[in-house]
Design a protein around this ligand. Sequence first.
Ligand code: MN
Length: 429
Amino acid sequence: MKITANNPNRKSWLDVEKDSDFPIQNIPFGVFLTKDDITTIGTRIGNYAIDLAALQQLGYFEGIPLTYDIFMQDSLNDFIADGRTTWRLVRNRIADIFDKENSKLKKNKAEREVVIFNIDDIEMLLPVVIGDYTDFYSSKDHATNVGTMFRDPENALLPNWVHIPVGYHGRSSSIVVSGTKIRRPVGQTMPQGATQPVFGPCKLLDFEVEMGFITTDANKLGKAVPIEEARNHIFGMVLLNDWSARDIQKWEYVPLGPFLAKNFASTISAWIVTLDALEPFKVAGPEQDPQPLPYLQDFGLTSYDIVIQTSIKPKKEDETIISNTNFKNLYWSISQQLAHQTVNGCNVRSGDLYGSGTISGKEKTSYGSMLELTWKGTEPIKMSDGSERKFIHDGDTVIMRGYCKNEQVRIGFGECIGKVKKARKLDAE
Ligand code: MN
């Protein structure tokens, strides 16, 4: 089926600013709360949130096989489970409803009032109930930087890294939507030179610049998802800040890997941008040498050209951009990640989230974590207010933004924001 929603010549009768992340060609999906306290599934064009449940009740989705309450829900899981044909039909229809050439809704004030909201008048919620969360480690530059800092510069990449999309199954309960405040974690650390661990607030709080993809029900338990089918089961992508407590991580991670250093919070952007919308921005991934095993061989345009910019905004000060990276820097593709995760029959469900791992590029300015940007805190970053950062301070807001752009269209993800609050009081307990 043709993705007519992607037509770059299409214009909307809704106002869209020139550099908006949300032109009519984007049509992402999210969940929001209206001023009247109604939770609904919606999309966004320019600075307008559009209530899809209201559109359906008014008959605008006639002819598309949808259950009557598919958009009257507090998560996208059921809609995502309907599969790619339905996502395409709905996106194409939304594009038609808001196309400049179609005045049906435009000229009906009463209908417009129940369908269209100003973005400032609604509150974005977590778009999916996330059953499972996997975090990969798919940036070669990131894995090399970390291996160089913590192990051996001569053998920075472990031998398995070029053969397996390395990852771990994380927790999903503390994945929060952009805008949710993040409490500085507490935990055990082993200070340099000490013989006994201490307990207290994390001193080396970090972010990880990642992107995540969200799946539909892809396979039954025991069946694999073949790599050439993997993309059919991926609904879309979000920005992901995988907050990390480096001092806690260093002490706890041997031998089983990340635990409390990672489980206090991860932040995702609120609008899921569909793989269909990203189709015009497909690019070749990096050359893979050695060639992966057959079940991991992925051909053609396997990656996406997505610019990702990260800044820190200190309390009451302007933000400073500290990292510019790109999704196309990732060594392992999303198809390879999903094929690998399912090759032994692990079942994937609607709403599951897969993190890319920290996305670092070759340049120092393209590193995706404070750990790398300040090289373990040895090279602090200067902020525009004159202060320095080795890691994240209380009161700092970390802001990630991402977008794709060609000569005709810009498709963006909006923002992925988290402000850090001070650690909870320990002596009060
Ligand atoms: Mn991570």
